[in-house]
Write a new protein. Structure first.
Length: 246
């Protein structure tokens, strides 16, 4: 079975960018809207029993509809570009002098990944790099939390994060690590080809990747708790990049 998407918004966005099958187990206004969208896009709709849908959705639950995605986001519509590897991304964007890439180091919580994808969609992030180890992958929970943004933001799983940063540097990217000890983001020039490395809330960025960063950037804080949720911090830094460009 392919990727299972359960929430209304995630199903709607997924059907715009990927092939699959819509399964329904009841009738209501929202499910009717999903069926209409499926009809417009030539997506088959199958009616199954509530028990069958429970088994299909697993622990993620459902509200009477499930979309089982057969192809990756953007295979059908091209709304978000799918890249085979990092080299393909670099070659495809060779002439662009304003690019934003995020590398997520040790972000294992799918809720955080989903929230980051939602912000990345709003701030037009060009690519998110997800290490194969110690990293959440895009699943039904991520799709639900991202409210469908997973279908629009280009993501790429990488086997070696350090080598990926080297490749980005060779392509003219400046690498910025998010760290409380860095210069404030507003005082740092984040324009041009920019890669921001986000680490986990507990351990931060790994020492190996810190050594690969050109500089560290921070977010000024005055509260009593000494850190922000990683998805909130990522959203603030993405906004700062767009603010400086504009």
């Amino acid at each position: 079975m392919g990727r299972v998407v359960t929430s209304y918004h995630s199903i709607m966005e997924s059907m715009k960018t990927a092939d699959g099958t819509l399964y329904v187990s009841r009738s209501n206004k929202r499910i009717g809207q999903l069926e209409e969208e499926a009809g417009r896009r030539g997506i088959p709709v199958e009616t199954i029993t509530p028990v069958e849908m429970d088994n299909m959705s697993g622990s993620d639950g459902h509200k009477g509809s499930v979309f089982v995605q057969k192809s990756s986001p953007a295979d059908k519509s091209g709304s978000a570009t799918r890249f085979k590897d990092l080299k393909a991304f670099i070659n495809a964007r060779e002439g662009d002098d304003q690019l934003l890439v995020l590398l997520l180091d040790g972000i294992t919580d799918p809720h955080n990944l989903g929230a980051i994808l939602r912000s990345a969609d709003q701030f037009s992030v060009d690519l998110i790099l997800l290490p194969a180890n110690r990293s959440a992958s895009i699943n039904s929970t991520v799709a639900k939390v991202s409210v469908g943004a997973h279908a629009w933001v280009p993501t790429l799983q990488i086997s070696n994060a350090a080598r990926s940063l080297d490749a980005l540097k060779d392509a003219g990217f400046w690498i910025y690590g998010a760290d409380m000890g860095g210069s404030t983001a507003a005082q740092t020039d984040l324009r041009g080809r920019t890669c921001i490395v986000m680490g986990s809330e507990g351990k931060g960025i790994s020492r190996l990747l810190k050594d690969k960063c050109d500089t560290m950037v921070s977010i000024p804080m005055n509260g009593h708790v000494d850190s922000l949720n990683v998805s909130v911090a990522a959203g603030i830094l993405m906004y700062e990049v767009i603010r400086q460009r504009n």
